[in-house]
Unconditional design. Structure first.
Length: 227
């Protein structure tokens, strides 16, 4: 992978990489079971040094065992919870932090290390109607999820900041419904919050149509309760 000339070397950071068959977004929670020796060492070092690692979607190759070719855009993650198991295995929870550009792979064994450039997030040219519509559809989606979980009257909170809304909505949506990994990667690679919101709107509308049918099926009567 060649290094783009437009990124100054001083802006690059080396980051251990975890190629996976999933797409991680900023703010998204990621549960992992660590069992391979190379990732026991890599994650153990990140925990000890309190440093992040990068998650990249696999373009070609296996998730376990041999080398994998990753997509160029990924997200850094930081371990927030750890459960240590026998033989050095771990169950952990990580949180997505920042998107990055994978400029160059500098190490492949025992685990991948990349030279990356963190991306500067931008809102872009915002359409106020799209922002309002996404906020409304996302609020409905959250209420549907709460209803299916039995918390039919749980309050929902929708971020007002367009950047936060774009990442939270895409994380919740992709964590709740089936979307092809290629579509998830496309949403990750979108350069501005405004463009991401525009792409999310039809997905949220369709998701609400589908989940509403499930809510009605599970709860044929959703009127006011008497007790």
């Amino acid at each position: 992978m060649n290094q783009p000339n437009q990124i100054p070397p001083d802006d690059l950071t080396e980051l251990p990489l975890f190629p996976l068959n999933l797409v991680l977004f900023p703010g998204m929670r990621l549960p992992l079971h660590i069992f391979e020796e190379r990732y026991k060492a890599m994650i153990g070092d990140c925990i000890d040094r309190e440093t992040p690692f990068g998650v990249v979607l696999i373009k070609e190759g296996p998730e376990v065992g041999g080398p994998a070719e990753p997509f160029r855009i990924g997200t850094s993650a930081r371990v927030t919870q750890v459960q240590r198991l026998e033989e050095g295995r771990m169950n952990l929870l990580a949180l997505g932090e920042r998107r990055f550009d994978l400029v160059e792979i500098v190490q492949e064994e025992p685990h991948m290390v990349g030279r990356i450039a963190y991306k500067e997030e931008a809102v872009g040219e915002l359409d106020s109607q799209v922002l309002s519509d996404v906020g409304q559809e996302y609020g409905v989606f959250l209420q549907h999820i709460a209803t299916l979980a039995g918390a039919w009257n749980a309050p929902v909170e929708v971020p007002e900041n367009p950047l936060n809304l774009s990442f939270e909505a895409v994380s919740t949506l992709t964590g709740s419904i089936e979307l092809p990994q290629g579509m998830r990667q496309d949403l990750l690679e979108v350069e501005t919050a405004s463009e991401r919101l525009s792409q999310l709107l039809p997905l949220l509308k369709r998701a609400n149509e589908l989940i509403s049918e499930q809510v009605d099926k599970n709860n044929p009567y959703r009127g006011p309760r008497l007790n």
